[in-house]
Design a protein around this ligand. Structure first.
Ligand code: PMP
Length: 361
């Protein structure tokens, strides 16, 4: 069972029902050029995709887009690396430290250090970061793996902040206000579930930073697939339309569907965990969601499960019961914790619940 990864198969049922509304046909002669708009800083950004990004943020109210440059990336993963490149000083005597409060997304340290860059290097847990001088802090909110809302931890004047808001969507967390940061990353992987499209976007305040991020992508992949951008535009439009039309009647809104689905999964999971003395879950406070206009509980994309009692290695313990998870040690904390995806197929999710509820102390 693949609940160890965050492959977002959970929304397939919704997208099957949408038919033409989320389908595109690309004739052979289309999207042949490298260029989209040479007058734009991000010259490979498709106008149709950019306008659907702005529209969706306006519909959801989760990010300010005025006064921002949009940079498109091959997933937000490419934009993460582009941001490190753009924010690193070029004349520093040593690489800038990249930090994030633990537990942190396990790909941050490996992506940061993979190519042994002379510009930046992984600096570990932001909570214990004490080095003087400039640094880059990653703020993931809600956080992967534990689902909590976050603000920056280090809080010193020489910090550059990268806000990774992959999960700041109403199905996962109450939307409190439009995010208004210097550099914010989003992705279709977790918002609509189209991880295979490999499309992410950055909202960037500073023109020079947007230019450098664009340069990174130019050197890396000479732009981003137009086919994917056009498909992403269609999918984002279907999401915005489904909300606006869903309120009048036509079809179900994507966010209502996905919120209901996550609520249902979390309810089932809580029942199983509450009946067991072996495990515990993080506690979340309900908050007012400006999108759904009601007080709601967070229902994260991952379960951050703790093995209570004398089980020290929760991953091995669960593997012995045929449940594959990812150990807390990859996220900078104790192996008493594991991360489990809540975005797997219905079938895998029900196998997971069955196996978890069958475990006796
Ligand atoms: N940031 C976070 C916090 C994530 O969880 C993920 C996906 N697991 C990503 C970024 C990468 O997303 P993408 O598919 O857009 O590269």
């Amino acid at each position: 069972m693949s609940t160890a990864f965050g492959d977002p198969r959970v929304y397939e049922r919704f997208w099957r029902q949408t038919g033409e509304k989320s389908t595109i046909i690309i004739p052979g002669w289309q999207s042949m050029s490298y260029f989209s708009d040479v007058t734009n800083i991000c010259w490979f950004l498709e106008a149709e995709f950019a306008s659907e990004v702005v529209r969706l943020h306006t519909v959801v109210g989760n990010a300010v887009t005025e006064g921002r440059h949009i940079v498109v990336g091959t997933g937000s993963s490419q934009l993460f690396l582009a941001a490190l490149y753009a924010l690193s000083p070029t004349d520093a005597p040593e690489p800038i430290s990249v930090v994030c409060a633990s537990p942190y997304y396990s790909s941050y340290p490996s992506m940061t250090n993979h190519l042994k860059s002379g510009l930046y290097q992984w600096g570990g847990d932001a909570a214990s970061f004490e080095k003087e001088g400039p640094y880059i802090e990653l703020v993931t909110s809600p956080n992967n793996p534990d689902g909590h809302a976050r603000i920056s931890k280090v809080n010193r004047s020489q910090g550059f902040l990268v806000h990774d808001l992959a999960y700041y969507w109403p199905q996962y967390t109450p939307i409190s206000a439009p995010a208004d940061h210097d550099l914010t990353l989003f992705t279709v992987s977790k918002s609509t579930g189209h991880a295979g499209m490999r499309i992410g976007w950055a909202l960037v305040k500073d023109k020079e930073v947007a230019k450098k991020m664009t340069k990174f992508i130019e050197l890396n992949t000479i732009g981003v697939s137009k086919d994917s951008q056009l498909r992403a535009a269609k999918v984002l439009r279907a999401v915005s339309d489904s909300w606006e039309q869903g309120n009048s009647q036509e079809g179900e809104s994507f966010f209502k569907f996905s919120h209901k689905l996550m609520a249902n999964r979390w309810k089932q999971l809580r029942l199983v965990v509450e009946h067991s003395e072996l495990f515990s879950l993080p506690k979340f406070s309900p908050a007012f969601c400006t999108f759904f206009k009601q007080v709601l509980e967070p229902q994260p994309a991952f379960v951050w499960l703790k093995c209570e009692g004398n089980v020290e290695d929760c991953e091995s313990f669960l593997r012995a019961h045929n449940i594959l998870t990812r150990s807390g040690k990859h996220f900078g904390v104790s192996p008493k914790y594991v991360r489990i995806s809540m975005l797997d197929t219905d079938e895998n999710f029900s196998h997971f619940l069955e196996r978890l509820s069958a475990i006796k102390s």
